[in-house]
Design a protein around this ligand. Structure first.
Ligand code: FES
Length: 107
């Protein structure tokens, strides 16, 4: 398990043990975290699983694929340097304790 803290749009923080290998999107949707829609189910085709990762942990994350970078053009909320698609980030030990913030809107 990898402990991930999701900060919902309301500001509520939810700390969840996400099974290793699951995406951060799956960890959120399986636990009813507010703020992720995930319309495409994790195919990197909808951009409704947008999240902001902790800037201090950016180096711990795998580099975004070209497809993810292209899809980030379609996020509904402000795109920032820390924007990622949560369906494209797998829970691994390197992400233990990661904090991700969910945007005000996904559509
Ligand atoms: Fe659709 Fe992540 S769930 S892009």
């Amino acid at each position: 398990m990898v402990r991930i803290t999701y900060v919902e749009p309301s500001g509520t923080a939810r700390t969840i043990d996400v099974p290793e290998g699951w995406s951060l999107m799956q960890g959120a949707t399986a636990n009813g975290v507010a703020g992720i829609v995930a319309e495409c189910g994790g195919s990197c085709a909808c951009a409704t699983c947008h999240c902001y990762v902790d800037e201090a942990r950016l180096a711990d994350l795998p580099v975004a694929s070209d497809t993810e970078v292209a899809m980030l053009d379609f996020v509904a909320a402000e795109r920032r340097q820390t924007s990622r698609l949560s369906c494209q980030i797998r829970a691994t030990g390197a992400l233990e304790g990661l904090v991700v913030r969910l945007p005000e809107t996904q559509d």
